[in-house]
Design a protein around this ligand. Structure first.
Ligand code: ZN
Length: 169
């Protein structure tokens, strides 16, 4: 995915080489499309020995399993964005968020780049209330996460490594 027109003045962008990368720049006003990753925050929600997977209701990768979370809004810290997303998607209050690390992905094949901040969190009390971004949710034993059903490759790789380090596989 790439921008073809200047976001500021609407002129058609032209490719330029810069620091070994091809970028697209506006010949009229100089605005550049950098294709920087968009930040997102997701949670590995733990309840006892199990973790929560959610089924994506929307493209990309509709029908595959994922961690709950979403894109940050302007001015939000990752932790605040995570709390908002989990409240909206699942009606879930987050306890004790612990930063696990980062994954890089594309938002679908050929999609824009995403930088995902991954937290481990403890699920607050109460039942899940599933909203429309999600078409299902299930708790799976930490050692039996079906990695192959997670469509985002960077996230899948991260989880495989993180969970096998703690005794899963
Ligand atoms: Zn322009």
């Amino acid at each position: 995915m790439t921008a073809r027109y200047c976001l500021v003045c609407g002129t058609r962008l032209r490719p330029v080489r810069e620091h070994g990368r091809t970028r697209r720049r506006c010949p009229k006003c100089g605005w550049t499309f950098y294709d920087n990753p968009v930040p997102a925050a997701v949670a590995l929600v733990e309840r006892g020995d199990r973790v929560l997977l959610v089924r994506r209701a929307r493209p990309p990768y509709a029908g595959t399993w994922d961690l709950p979370g979403g894109f940050l809004e302007a001015g939000e810290t990752p932790e605040r964005g995570l709390r908002r997303e989990l409240r909206e998607e699942l009606g879930l209050e987050v306890q004790r968020p612990r930063l696990m690390g980062f994954a890089t992905d594309r938002y679908g094949p050929g999609g824009f780049p995403v930088l995902t901040v991954i937290y481990a969190v403890t699920a607050g009390p109460g039942r899940l209330r599933i909203a429309d971004d999600v078409s299902g949710a299930r708790w799976v034993p930490k050692g039996r996460v079906p990695f192959g059903t997670i469509a985002f490759r960077g996230l899948r790789r991260f989880l495989r490594r993180a969970l096998s380090a703690t005794g899963g596989r």
